[in-house]
Ligand binder design. Sequence first.
Ligand code: NA7
Length: 554
Amino acid sequence: MTTSHGGAADQGSHRPAADVDVLVVGAGITGIYQLHRAREAGFTVALLEAGAGVGGTWYWNRYPGARFDSESYTYGYLFSRELFDEWEWREHFAAQPETERYLNHVVDRFDLRRHIRLGARVTSAAFDEPAAMWTVVGADGTELRARHVVAATGVLSVPYVPDVPGRGDFRGESYHTGRWPATPVDFAGKRVAVIGTGSSGVQIVPAIADDVASLTVYQRTPNWCTPLNNAPISPAEQAQLRAGFDAMCEVLNTSVHGFLHPAHDRTAFDDPADERRAFFEKMWQSPGFSKLTSNYTDLLFDHDANAEWCRFIAEKVRGIVEDPDTAEKLIPKDHRFGEKRPPFVAGYYEAFNRPRVSLVDLQESPIVRITERGIETAGGVRDVDVIVWATGFDFGTGALLRMGIRGRDGLALEAHWADGPTTFLGIQTAGFPNLFFPGGPHAAAGNNPRYNGDQVDFVTDTLVYVRDHGYDTIEVDPAAEARWTDMVNRNVALSSFTERSYYYGTNIPGKPRRYLLNSGGRPKLFKEIARVVETDYSPFRLARSSDGGDRRHR
Ligand code: NA7
């Protein structure tokens, strides 16, 4: 990693120079892009990353079966036509190793690695008010002073392992999907338990089902899983992708969810029953998220329309899973399609037809404790060699609240957000000058890199504005933060996600129940960014050292 002294933001100031103008935390898809954009804009930069490699989500989640459910070419970067042309994704939905290779390629292709320090988990970040800069400390002993900090620490980066009695007693191997070891886990001939049936659990089950001696899936709540419908990208499709790059960017950069799938133009009961069934079959065969984005327009909001689709999926499950009792247990009864983030699968339901794979319904037989040799439920004990915790993440705020962030007057971010996050644009929070967190809480649902990329673009423009106007600090006005946060809370009614979803933080005991996405979506973000630019950054307080560091903008 290189850092250099005397950044542009310090020119003309009498303050001690920062080590860097912009310090990025996290080398996931958002952080890598931020590092690139900030350096291209002429800032001195550094990036601290906790992992031993770059990739963020695609570094940590290296469990068998981990893969995209956004189309690869819609998830990857769009900022460089050359990059797009030279990288050939092999599958429509790439598996983790390909994505990790891609992100490493980007880092090398754009000569970013020299700015990145790996194995440097940030343990504290404190705003030094007189100096108007951040002091950031890493667990590896790194200490850097930065004018601005951009925490690109992700929303699904802090694994959650439930506090089940006896968990520490287990003598076998245990892994969380979100902290998968770099050395591949050998499942051959082992008795394996997978706890959790969210997107991660339902990916790993079919991926290891052929290797294991036995596989027991511990399910608390079934999900509405539909086929991913992945396929290799043919040479003809590669050529089409290249030829259609500009048109594709246009759609991805403007569509509400950042996907290519076109919206449908009919409601469920516009069609008679046989045509509706044929349409649902088409949806079932369609790729990934199109089952949400291209389905009947009222699917997520009309109870009867949703029930029709759920009945269709339930029939499919009954048709695939040979044991009727297992099939019934795999069909959700407590929520509708789209109330939680739906997983997409390849061979998940089919896996239960193998004699060595079985399902334990935790609603029927809850886990009592983990023993030295296995898992005890109300129905009995099963000895296992490996436990896979596919139990999710502390979504949205998890990473930011563990970084020891202290703003003005030593204000702890944990205290400021004790009742849940308050933000402006999901980018800044009042009391924490020069701190940005694109891709964090109040970011949108959809194809994450697209929305997070919009935020990074705005952060970069903002950093340039601050520098070019000779300001030292920028901090959102509390009123603007309150307005945006109110918008998020008000528009929750428009979201199909309910409090059963981890998007409300309800999967973490004791976490405030707050909507953690931007319920206004990408259109609200675009609208508000336009307003910020038109009003010359009026929602922010900007200050120069020569003004005594506390001059309100205008
Ligand atoms: P998820 O979707 O949060 O799934 C976690 C799973 O773990 C879910 O089935 C939970 O059941 C289950 N869980 C959580 N706590 C327990 C306990 N105490 N006992 C049994 N089961 C439990 O996480 P994923 O990693 O699968 O996916 C996260 C995101 O990554 C995904 O949405 C994509 O965006 C990529 P519950 O439903 O709470 O009953």
